[in-house]
Design a protein around this ligand. Sequence first.
Ligand code: NAI
Ligand code: CS2
Length: 500
Amino acid sequence: MMSAITLTDRLSLATLAPAAERPGVSGPAVNPRALSTGMVHFGVGAFHRAHQAVYTEDAAAASGDTRWGILGVTGRSAKVAEQLGPQDGLYSVLTKARDATSLRVMGSLRKVAFPGVDSEEVLRTLAAETVHLASLTITEKGYPRTPQGSLDLASPAVAADVVALKAELSGGGFAGAARTPLGLLARGLARRHATSGAPFAVVCCDNLMSNGSVTRGLVLALAEAAGAGQMLEWLDTAVTFPSTMVDRIVPATTEANRREAEGMLGLRDEALVVAEPFGQWIIEDNFKVPRPAWDRAGAVVTADVGVFEVAKLRMLNATHSLLAYLGALRGYRTIAEAVSAEGLAEEARRLQRNDIIPTLTAPPRTDLADYGESILERFANPNLGHTTIQVAMDGSQKLPVRILGTVIDRLAAGEVPQSGALLVAAWMVFVYRGRDVNGRPLVLDDPVADMLRAAAAGSEAGLADRLLAVREIFPAELADHPEFRAAVAEAVRQLLSEVP
Ligand code: NAI
Ligand code: CS2
């Protein structure tokens, strides 16, 4: 007779207790059943679950404040909602240090909504007086902007959300599923203004410079486009948009990760996330509402977050992208393999020391060279499995934030950033070749992939100029700078010869 197939039970409130007692496992720091929802998070992907949700849970544990349960809002699909629903919102964080692994069950994510079916619930929650803030990790491409940085009103999704916002403002009732997170947020703020008018905070946690100001500008633009009238003044006086610097390396979860966690937990966790031990969160002190005691959980709440943001986005994220593109082209699957490969750590140091550090003001108590070394050390963690192809995605959105500001600053100082040119060139060859030195395909995962492939197509000799002419990425002052163009073209020529 066939033996019964043993399906491991799922992590849930009913199965949690014995699991949390297992070696290497820690249980929720709060009682999930005691939490009320106090915040909404848009983009409940891996990073939120391993970063803001952890800080929020630690803050609740330190303060005994039970107001900070989280309603997560997914973006593109119902997948995360389907992963977490049967688990009562419980999930675990698999923390992978170089030589140790631990598992922590999290209890603060109380429900996940999918805008396709739950937009009205999200609107009601955003308007509730017991809910004080929303946070976002919707990726760089989640902020629909023109090359000049304004709201992209030509986007059909944005246009549809403007129509739905007009309906909300006119009291016309539910206007259907939102098409963008910012559209849903703006509608929720409209409802809050029309009901309690209570203050609110919107905390962007995406890798963007001045991410709070960027978010504020887009939300205001949505409201203006919808003819918001009095709501605009309320947004200006009652709603704040603090900027933040966020840092924790959180690779996409693999099935091997899930199996490892299952062995530790004795339960199946379909919503598992994986992360390094390091974490940092610098938050602008700009709130008119109650908030979790994040500063009691290791976050820093300060007036000047900008110096931290620019140092992190330029030092960590640009180095990440350099290693991702050079590493992927050389056939390295992970960032750890790339940074440990012959010559690549030196290229990363050259980028940091010659091009980036001269453009920075060091954050308080920070030696920038030491900071750069600590970053390379984190990248070298062989236990993490962060892939070059994951970091390489969305290059059209990431390059402007991570390296083009550095390039502009160095050119203004009369210097030609050779390593910055190498990073741009490596991205160009990644787009153009679409394969590594071993002939293995390299997927171009980018919101404007088709446009990039079309722009790149043609002779090798003209590749640099063709992609520098893409104004959605490269401003004319860069693309037309003769010495920068020459540096990029030379680096492209060299890399094309290395990846035939
Ligand atoms: P993820 O892929 O796990 O989650 C991305 C979330 O954004 C999902 O909820 C998805 O539905 C939503 N999304 C994706 N494209 C969208 C679009 N075009 N419009 C609206 N929503 C969209 O990614 P993960 O790891 O959670 O990272 C998300 C963001 O967090 C990153 O893009 C970055 O800005 C920030 N971050 C990530 C870190 C990491 O190591 N993973 C570290 C520091 C910051
Ligand atoms: C990475 C970031 O995927 C990427 O582009 O550079 O997600 C990086 O892991 C984080 O910014 C680290 O804080």
